[in-house]
Design a protein around this ligand. Structure first.
Ligand code: TRP
Length: 445
């Protein structure tokens, strides 16, 4: 009993380690800032509640009943022989695209661990100059921190020491939450807080475009690690009697709470300093350091801990992006873990370097395609196109191709019939229709 219980918590920890990452603290606030605030947040929350949790559960289900890598899972669970469903499993390679630019951001965080100790900018203008200077001009330093981040992630995956990392996370995740709560209470005392609350929670529909709707849906997928086979892969080693439903809800709720906290804190400081919410990818790096700087030596300590904890949150997420393709390559192509990792690692290092360079003045023109830098293309392609498409496929697969009896048998211990029917209806109709509508809307309007 004791062992099973530990493993169940283990799944929640692993899934939460994957879900909670830079998506919550770096990406969610800046996307919200760029897309006008409240309406974006509302669409994001609706997507998580009505689509995200259901899809999360669908991915858990696929992993749990197939107990195979994503490609083999689609292949064996599909009733059609010689079927094309296995191609849906290639969603695992989206993880490579995500990891490329994600590693660049982990590199930035490494630099900010250093900055927290030695050179916190004293006001928001300087903080903006520091961040934009780093991203636009400092190729050497960025390549250096990117390479360290890359090496660390690859080393963790190659050693399979993710269990060890999760133990570290057991300390650092609460530390991150603790720091966020601390900053939150500080934020409440500032004038900017009221503005932050209305910016995040009062929808301004005039700011909504087909682009921002798709971005909100994409962000919901990104933050829950959906559409890459990550959750499928983690659910493979789930103990049989885990409460799948409860675990999914806990992870989604925790993930959402952390993103909202981060948003409230960051925007309070932004408004406190009279800065614009539209700082782009630099938002968290521009809004927090000047504040840490005002706190004196305490600020150095808090800043240091904050960025260290954030780096770890990012690394556990990073590892979870690559595991699905590793499992696929080692299982199906009988590759050694080393070989699979060197192939994937090479792709990630090359794409990541190009993403990094695409933000610099020197190379931004060469690495721009139809007006978008390569860094942003990787992000847009994965979050706004490939993950939602994969989500549609997962929903159709679970809704129409796996026998309902089988699904019911797996899930019924954990939910009553009414909730099951609601979930099944969401999977069969709501998700395919709503997500395609959002994507088609973006193409035509
Ligand atoms: N969810 C993570 C975050 O918010 C990122 C992440 C981890 C991810 N694994 C993933 C995103 C798989 C997409 C797919 O930072």
């Amino acid at each position: 009993m004791k062992v099973a219980r530990f493993s169940k918590v283990g799944f929640i920890l692993a899934a939460a380690g994957s879900a909670v990452g830079l998506g919550n603290i770096w990406k969610f606030p800046y996307m919200t800032g760029e897309n006008g605030g409240g309406a974006f947040v509302l669409i994001y929350l609706l997507t998580i509640t009505f689509i995200g949790v259901s899809l999360f559960l669908a991915e858990v289900l696929i992993g749990q009943i197939s107990r195979k890598d994503a490609v083999s899972a689609f292949e064996t669970l599909s009733p059609i022989k010689n079927n094309i469903w296995k191609y849906a499993g290639y969603m695992v390679f989206t993880g490579v695209l995500v990891l490329s630019f994600y590693t660049v951001v982990v590199g930035w965080i490494f630099k900010y661990i250093y900055i927290s100790i030695f050179s916190l900018p004293t006001d928001i203008k300087l903080a903006g100059d520091a961040f934009n200077g780093m991203v636009g001009n400092e190729i050497g330093i960025q390549l250096f921190t990117f390479t360290i981040a890359f090496a660390l992630i690859i080393w963790i995956v190659s050693k399979g020491v993710i269990k060890g990392i999760e133990k570290v996370n057991l300390v650092l995740m609460p530390a991150l939450i603790f720091i966020l709560v601390l900053l939150f209470f500080y934020a409440i005392s500032l004038d900017g807080f009221g503005q932050a609350v209305s910016f995040l929670f009062v929808p301004d529909w005039s700011k909504v475009t087909s682009n921002s709707i798709l971005a909100a849906v994409g962000q919901a997928f990104f933050t829950l690690s959906l559409g890459v086979g990550t959750i499928i892969t983690y659910a493979v080693s789930l103990p049989k009697d885990t409460n799948l439903v409860k675990s999914s809800i806990i992870v989604a709720a925790m993930d959402t709470a952390i993103a909202l906290f981060a948003g409230l804190i960051i925007f309070t400081f932004i408004f406190h300093f009279n800065a614009a919410p539209t700082q782009g990818a630099g938002l968290v790096f521009i809004s927090l350091p000047p504040l840490f700087s005002q706190m004196g030596i305490m600020g150095n300590v808090i800043g240091f801990l904050f960025f260290v904890a954030l780096a770890f949150a990012g690394i556990t997420s990073a590892v979870s992006m690559i595991e699905p393709s590793i499992l696929y390559l080692t299982n199906r192509h009988k590759m050694s873990r080393k070989k699979a990792l060197s192939i994937l690692g090479t792709a990630i290092y090359i794409l990541g370097t190009l993403a990094l360079l695409s933000n610099t003045k020197e190379f931004s023109e060469v690495l721009k395609f139809s007006g978008k830098g390569f860094f942003n293309i990787l992000d847009f392609l994965s979050s706004s196109i490939l993950m939602p498409l994969a989500g549609i496929m997962i929903a159709i697969f679970v809704g129409y191709f796996i026998q309902k009896e089988r699904i019911y048998a797996t899930l019924s211990p954990y939910l009553n019939d009414r909730v099951f029917n609601l979930w099944y209806f969401t999977i069969k109709y709501i998700i395919p229709i709503a997500v395609s509508a959002v994507m088609i809307n973006k193409i035509f309007f």
